[in-house]
Design a protein. Structure first.
Length: 123
């Protein structure tokens, strides 16, 4: 038996992607929910995590990787990722011009985001 790449669906709506991620957190589904341009990076990262897990007899690297890419797939499906990148670019421009950047403290933003995702952070 050989492992062959398999794509579930080539074009999903954001709603379909979010629903799929809700019910199936398998590596195959996470990969299928990613935009095509991210799949090669996912494959590389997944293989590295699996090799490390094999060497260390510990699945933590795989679980951490899948959690990361699950969030990336979710954020890319909703447009949240692009919004964050745009905002970061604006903040960078302000910093480069030595302008004051207003906003909420990073710890507050991270704590709020962690609560939304049901993740505990040690801030």
């Amino acid at each position: 038996m050989t492992a062959e790449p398999h794509e579930y669906v080539s074009a999903r709506t954001p709603e379909q992607t979010l629903q799929s991620l809700k019910v199936d957190r398998s590596p195959r589904n996470i990969r299928a929910c990613l935009p095509p341009e991210d799949r090669e990076s996912f494959d590389r990262d997944y293989r590295q995590a699996m090799a490390r897990a094999t060497d260390e007899l510990d699945l933590t690297p795989v679980n951490d990787l899948l959690a990361h890419w699950w969030h990336m797939a979710r954020m890319k499906a909703t447009g949240e990722y692009e919004e964050i990148v745009r905002h970061a670019a604006l903040v960078q421009e302000h910093i480069e011009r030595e302008e004051h950047v207003s906003g909420r403290p990073l710890r507050e933003v991270l704590a709020e985001r962690a609560a939304e995702l049901g993740v505990e952070l040690d801030l």
